[in-house]
Design a protein around this ligand. Structure first.
Ligand code: AMP
Ligand code: MG
Length: 417
């Protein structure tokens, strides 16, 4: 049996970041930059007011206070979006709104609250020919300097950055209308099995619903890929061959099958994959999820996940998600983890890497507490549904006792309130 690490390292050698495509900032959320982004201009592009107030010359109002108001002539009103065609000369002020470019001659802004405008809105305000200044801010106060956020020519976001809302805003702020990102991988999803029925089909005796294709498609989307649904292939050579060829024709970057890679009589996925491509079949030293296939059909990598629903999802998490993230341009794929106090006993009798499903919550003292989610069979999908984390038990660790501090890989990091 090969280890999880060996299998993953082997698989990831076949993946690299996909080519660049250009998308609008509206389409760029959660994508990965494929090039450095250099700012063609400064942000802000001009010195501007950080407050609603009066643009003045600091030297004119030195010593101003409520007891010693200094009167200035108001020579203009300036709104955001407009350049002033008047300068601030000695003894003058321009009434200025937040974001308006600082007029020539001015070096400081006095907030309305520190002028006569605060004292009597009616007596002063827009159109008033003079204003009294009631404080003496330092030169440059309430002025935002050109380039204080971004300097022209600066790399604002390096290649490899994940684009969250702040990065999307940053891209827009420098006028990046075509954002270079790695193309999203297209992932073909095929379920196999004579026993499977789609979610909306009548359920004949002896049949079960196919859940893997739905869970896998959702996991592809969550990882940042685009699922291509190929439905169910029956356990016969013709149907399986046809559906696998359909996936190739669909131009998938990765093909994911579920079931049929074990040692049963009708596990013919192995035969078909061997005939159509060059495949490895492994027993990976993990529980759940021992059987796994990986190989190439033509140039397309194919990952054959086990059929049991919990095995399928944990194998996807362990092997398919890193492959998808790699194609998206990500170089790290370990989930965040917490150290939690284990509430109940966790056992590992199989000598394999055991993925125990746990729910992590914080107690009143603010400590993370991990509780196993019950029956841990590979067909018990509810055990994963109740979980938000995985406790990985290495092959040589036989048990964790209640009260032990353990590392939990967080699958979800939900809001606490
Ligand atoms: P197999 O690897 O084909 O022997 O399948 C292992 C187990 O997974 C069997 O109990 C199958 O019925 C079940 N299984 C296979 N495919 C699916 C699927 N798409 N959805 C839910 N269960 C499945
Ligand atoms: Mg089967």
């Amino acid at each position: 049996m090969i280890s999880v690490e060996e299998a993953r390292a082997y698989i990831l050698r076949y993946f690299k970041p996909l080519e660049t495509e250009y998308v609008s900032p509206d389409e760029a959320l959660d994508r990965i930059l494929s090039e450095d982004i250099v700012a063609p201009l400064a942000v802000p592009p001009h010195d501007n007011s950080a407050m609603d107030g009066y643009a003045v010359r600091a030297q004119d109002i030195a010593g101003a206070s409520a007891q010693n108001p200094i009167r200035l002539n108001v020579v203009a009103d300036l709104a955001a979006g407009y350049m002033s065609d008047v300068a601030v000369t000695t003894g003058a002020a321009i009434r200025i709104m937040t974001g308006a470019p600082l007029p020539p001659g001015a070096d400081t802004v006095v907030r309305f609250e520190e002028t006569s405008e605060a004292v009597s809105q009616k007596a002063t305000g827009k159109g008033n020919p003079f204003v009294e200044i009631l404080s003496a801010p330092k030169r440059g106060d309430n002025v935002r300097r050109a380039g204080e956020d971004v300097r022209a020519g600066e790399i604002i976001l390096p290649k490899g950055s994940k684009l969250r809302p702040p990065e999307i805003g940053l891209l827009a702020s420098v006028g990046c209308a075509r954002v270079p990102v790695h193309r999203q991988p297209r992932v073909a999803i095929l379920a196999t099995g004579d026993e499977l029925a789609e979610v909306d089909e009548p359920l004949a005796p002896g049949k079960i619903r196919s859940s893997n294709e739905y869970a896998n498609a959702a996991a592809v989307i969550k990882a940042g890929g685009i699922p291509i649904r190929l439905g169910i292939a029956r356990d016969n050579l013709e149907d399986l061959t046809r559906k696998i060829r359909a996936g190739i024709d669909a131009g998938a970057d990765l093909f994911i099958t579920s079931a049929g890679v074990s040692v049963g009589d009708y596990d013919i996925v192995k035969d078909v994959l061997n005939r159509e491509g060059a495949m490895h079949f492994w027993q990976v030293n993990m529980k759940p999820g021992k059987p796994l296939a990986f190989g190439l059909i033509g140039a397309m990598p194919l990952l054959g996940l086990p059929g049991n629903p919990v095995s399928a999802i944990i194998s996807f998490e362990t092997f398919a998600r890193p492959a998808i993230l790699t194609m998206l341009g990500r170089t790290k794929f370990a989930r965040p983890y917490v150290t939690a106090m284990l509430q109940d006993r966790a056992e590992n009798n199989a000598g394999r890497r055991n993925y125990i499903r746990v729910h992590v919550a914080r107690n009143d003292a603010g400590e993370y507490i991990a509780t196993t989610t019950g029956e841990q069979g590979s067909g018990i999908l509810t055990s994963l549904s109740r979980a938000n984390g995985l406790l990985e038990m290495p092959p040589d660790v036989l048990a964790y006792k209640p009260g032990e501090r353990v590392k939990i890989t967080m699958l979800d990091y939900p809001e606490e309130n």
